[in-house]
Ligand binder design. Structure first.
Ligand code: PLP
Length: 412
């Protein structure tokens, strides 16, 4: 039987030679926490399709129950355990909880750590469904959400009260590609004894590890860069072992039950192997595209943190090792121009989501207007203009992407 302690970071797959250097990021993305010798030589981790686990005796069943061993697949799966240990190693975290989607990760975190009467401070701009959770979901349970512009970290001080339990933000921010200073925000939050959670989905651990800059918890939508191929959903929360254990034993077990499927865990492990290579290509192509857009007469503004003109460029250089494929821009032709531009694209797909091999483009203002028919309360996220076009630069040849974009811009 596999127990929790056997899958801790630094378990199978790590190097036990005295004074051995820790393997590099790319090596750990491929090998950490897995030894083929433990699985009949299978080089790729096996997928454990089982809902429950049998024990040779009642006593061993009891022992597993007492020690947090593997009893039932809502809470434990050996394939998922490899993914969790590997992600924890890459993020520099003590522990990781993998769940069914990125929203499940955000929900599990909030519902496990916050109670009625608590307050959470969030950055004013967040992923649209995290906005829905904070505006509509959490207040229903008596949790007060205080949106603040954390681009100026000093704004945090006035938002903190005796009831504040958590500061939550994304960086880079979806969909603006704005950058928030993790270390500066964490220092102010910690001075007041408050934990900080960072959604690092836009960067991935290959480019940014928020715990190294003072954050207490990291969130990822594994659906995006970490899996990288647009064929699976997943989410993760990473941080100290004690906190992650609380999210596991309360959040996953009975608050959300949002377990990751073992097949999804295997697909995410497969995608993860090429994460550092993919991020290099996403970043170099995105920079070439951002450069082209910045000089194009039809383009009014471009937001890409690795451009010297970006307001958060210095902070991005401090806390990120490179750029991802995410950028935002607006045209002089505004809302209507964005729609005409997008309809002229032939290689880049008009699709939500991000971080895939395929380049994807979306226009949040068009989608939010359309959603109003279904949900009257739908609105464009704070700080997002009607002209904003979000581009997730994929892994195609940069020249082909540049051609497609130039063709699109020629018709606005
Ligand atoms: N966080 C960010 C920054 C996102 O962009 C998304 C989805 O786009 C999520 C969380 C939610 O992830 P998922 O779609 O896997 O639920």
């Amino acid at each position: 039987m596999i127990t929790g302690s056997q899958i801790a970071p630094g378990g199978a797959g790590s190097d036990h030679r005295p004074n051995a250097r820790q393997p590099g990021f790319a090596t750990r993305a491929i090998h950490h926490a897995y030894d083929p010798a433990d699985h009949q030589g299978a080089v790729a981790p096996p997928v454990y399709f089982t809902s429950t686990y049998a024990f040779p005796s009642v006593a061993e069943n009891e022992e597993a129950a007492a020690q947090g061993g593997v009893l039932y697949a809502r809470e434990h799966n050996p394939t998922t355990a490899i993914l969790e240990a590997r992600l924890a190693s890459l993020e520099g975290a003590e522990a990781c909880l993998a769940v069914a989607t990125g929203m499940a990760a955000v929900g599990t975190l909030m519902l496990s750590l916050l109670s009625q009467g608590d307050e959470v401070v969030v950055h004013r701009t967040l992923y649209s469904n995290t906005v829905a959770l904070t505006e509509t979901g959490l207040p229903r349970f008596g949790i007060r959400v205080v949106p603040v512009d954390l681009a100026e970290p000093a704004n945090l001080d006035a938002a903190i009260t005796a009831r504040t339990k958590l500061v939550y933000f994304e960086t880079p921010v979806n969909p603006l590609s704005a950058v928030l200073d993790i270390a500066a925000i964490a220092a102010r939050a910690h001075a007041a004894g408050i934990a900080v959670a960072v959604d690092s989905t836009f960067a991935s651990p290959a480019l940014q590890r928020p715990l190294e800059h003072g954050a207490d918890l990291v969130i990822h939508s594994l659906t995006k860069y970490i899996s990288g191929h647009g064929d699976v959903l997943g989410g993760a929360v990473l941080g100290r072992a004690e906190t992650i254990s609380q999210l596991h034993s309360h959040g996953l077990r009975y608050l959300t039950g949002a377990t990751l499927s073992p097949m999804a865990a295997a697909l995410i492990l497969r995608g993860l192997k090429t994460l550092p290579l993919r991020m290099e290509r996403h970043g170099s192509s995105a920079l070439a595209i951002a450069d082209m857009l910045e000089k194009h007469p039809a383009v009014r503004w471009v937001s890409y943190p690795q451009l010297a003109s970006h307001s958060g460029h210095a902070v991005a250089c401090k806390q990120m090792s490179g750029g991802s494929g995410m950028l935002a821009f607006g045209l002089h032709a505004g809302f209507e121009g964005a729609r005409r531009f997008m309809d002229r694209l032939s290689l880049i797909a008009r699709a939500v989501s991000l971080g895939d091999a395929e380049s994807l483009v979306m226009h949040p203002a068009s989608l939010s207007r359309a959603r109003k028919a279904l949900r009257p309360e739908a609105h464009l996220t704070e700080g997002v203009g009607e002209d904003l076009i979000r581009l997730s630069v994929g892994l195609e040849d940069a020249d082909d992407l540049l051609d497609d974009l130039r063709h699109g811009l020629a018709g606005v």
